[in-house]
Design a protein around this ligand. Structure first.
Ligand SMILES: [Zn+2]
Ligand SMILES: [Zn+2]
Length: 226
């Protein structure tokens, strides 16, 4: 087993956890399990990457939590494609939560997000570390309050060692995995960002091509130049 930000290693970690009798759940599935991993994904940059990981987890028979960020500069949660993917992720058994940014109204965002997959929001996660807790989150579980050993790949860096080293060491874990690094099989941070960029560029190019085609058809129908 070789550590790295690859789908192969992600799958190995999930299989390892299953072999060691962990139950893998999103926060909504957390009860009094003896050995449990709350698996969580914050969607900072790409719903498509998250969707890909959600499918991989579905095939592995595990469910996780996906936290949607409403202020991403690189995706819109309300774009039809994103909405469809979020709905499908929920349909696969994953929890959909809010990745909050306390500069903005959390109740407003939770309302919009819950209408995408038609289910009330159960939990949330913070985007900026150290943020003060928003006032409006009463009744919503904040991942930072879960009493589990927390490890994260933030900035493509397992500060306390790769997740595989924690599986078996602690009975109760909260693991944060950012899909963008893993589904692109990134060799380093710059490579990850470059692959993310190419992905966004490709999808934007397809959208623009469609807009262009629609405009041409519109003009032809009216007999005007384009
Ligand atoms: Zn590892
Ligand atoms: Zn974030």
């Amino acid at each position: 087993m070789k550590c790295g930000f690859t789908i192969q290693h992600f799958k190995e970690c999930i299989e390892l956890a299953k072999d060691k009798d962990y139950v893998i759940v999103p926060p909504v599935g957390l009860v009094e399990q003896k050995k449990v991993i709350v698996l969580r994904h914050d969607i900072d940059w790409s719903v498509e990457n998250a969707y890909e990981l959600a499918n991989i987890e579905y095939d592995l028979g595990v469910s996780a939590a996906y936290y949607v960020y409403m202020h991403s500069a690189t995706y819109s949660a309300l774009a039809p494609k994103s909405m469809s993917m979020i709905k499908q992720m929920y349909g696969m058994g994953h929890e959909i939560g809010l990745h909050y940014d306390s500069r903005y109204s959390m109740s407003f965002e939770m309302d919009i997000l819950s209408r995408i997959h038609n289910k009330a929001i159960y939990s949330c996660s913070q985007h900026y570390p150290g943020e003060t807790k928003p006032e409006s989150y009463q009744g919503i579980i904040d991942c930072r309050d879960l009493e589990l050993k927390y490890i994260s790949d933030s900035g493509m860096n397992w500060r306390e060692g790769c997740m595989c080293q924690w599986i078996g060491k602690k009975d109760k874990l909260q693991i944060l995995v950012h899909p963008e690094w893993w589904v692109t099989n990134s060799t380093n941070r710059v490579d990850g960002i470059n692959k993310l960029f190419v992905g966004i560029q490709d999808s934007m190019a397809r959208e623009m091509q469609q807009i262009k085609q629609d405009l041409v058809t519109y003009c032809k129908d009216l007999g005007i130049s384009y």
